[in-house]
Design a protein around this ligand. Structure first.
Ligand code: TZP
Ligand code: MG
Length: 207
């Protein structure tokens, strides 16, 4: 399957079991019904599954995405690319370098987090399909989160790279998503706004 990166970044749900107050499969299904355009399996942080349990949940969520033609990404864990037959992978600055991933997986979609000028300097953007920019707003969801960059960071990236696919992340919800898009991002990546919503379909429509 070949994907349109700009399009898939529009409403990008990220989640692992640690983010879910109820069955992750149900949350993903509702989110798909609501209209997400991509999913990233991010089993990470306090209470995250590991080993076989992680793979087992990953396989279930992967299958749901496949049945609904939603692109499935994994976070960081390049070993799971093949095991889960992911469509893509998202990595941070301290993970496996993007150029190495690109050589290993010429056909996968590769995303890279870029949160500062220093990170930009050390990044090979020619190896990636999109960048994640954030945290745009304050968030409780990630423990080792970097300083808030604001929508100004997205404006800066957009001015410097007119054609670079950008997804904003961090503290985004249906009240502030518009600012992220107006700053120049193709889309918004969200965790808690969706996983903690009591009306997931509406939340995603409102995004
Ligand atoms: N990377 C930067 S902020 C963040 C990640 C994974 C957490 C986003 O979670 P939320 O709940 O949408 O703020
Ligand atoms: Mg990482």
């Amino acid at each position: 399957m070949s994907w349109n990166v700009n399009q898939l970044l529009r409403k990008y749900l990220i989640m692992g079991s640690q983010n879910c107050p109820r069955d992750p499969e149900d949350i993903l299904l509702e989110a798909i019904e609501g209209g997400i355009t991509a999913f990233q399996f991010r089993e990470k942080g306090d209470g995250a599954l590991t080993g076989e349990q992680k793979i087992k949940l990953g396989l279930k969520l992967r299958q749901i995405c496949r049945e609904h033609s939603i692109p499935f990404f994994i976070n960081d864990d390049s070993e799971l690319i093949e095991e889960l037959d992911a469509d893509g992978i998202h990595v941070g600055q301290d993970d496996i370098p993007a150029d190495l991933l690109r050589r290993q997986y010429p056909d996968k979609i590769i995303g890279l987090s870029v949160s500062s000028d220093a990170e930009l300097e050390q990044s090979d953007l020619s190896a990636v399909d999109y960048v994640g920019a954030g945290p745009v707003f304050f968030t409780w969801t990630k423990d080792d989160v970097k300083p808030v960059v604001g929508v100004e960071w997205i404006e800066k990236l957009r001015a410097r790279y007119p054609d670079l696919p950008i997804v904003g992340i961090g503290g985004i919800n249906s009240d502030n998503a518009r600012e992220v898009i107006e700053a120049g991002a193709q889309g918004v990546a969200v965790i808690s706004a969706v996983t903690n919503s009591t009306a997931i379909k509406e939340t995603i429509k409102d995004l």
